[in-house]
Write a new protein. Structure first.
Length: 102
């Protein structure tokens, strides 16, 4: 399984209803490579991945974004707190697509 390591800025998206989500946009080259190697995508074109930021590891999904022309990675509050991260920080990330998961 391929792992992709990169550094990208963490940013906040807020809906009109006030719901806020924190994301990291994958670099275009990483996004393109994942797009070309993942045989099956889940609902909404999402890709299941294992993620590591600092000492924290978890499983989630990448979501395609037409606005950013790339996949975006949601970052849970628990991860942000454990790794002392905030919006605007440059974050070192490793993502590994999960193939053949149920």
């Amino acid at each position: 399984m391929a792992a992709y390591t990169f550094t990208s800025e963490m940013w906040l998206w807020q809906s009109n209803g006030g719901t806020a989500w924190t994301f990291i946009t994958l670099p275009h080259d990483v996004s393109d490579e994942i797009e070309g190697t993942v045989p099956v995508k889940d609902g909404f074109g999402s890709v299941k991945v294992d993620v590591k930021i600092g000492a924290t590891e978890w499983s989630t999904s990448l979501f395609p974004s037409t606005e950013y022309d790339s996949y975006i990675l949601p970052v849970k509050k628990l991860v942000r707190v454990k790794e002392n991260l905030d919006h605007g920080d440059q974050v070192n990330v490793t993502v590994s697509p999960v193939f053949g998961s149920d």
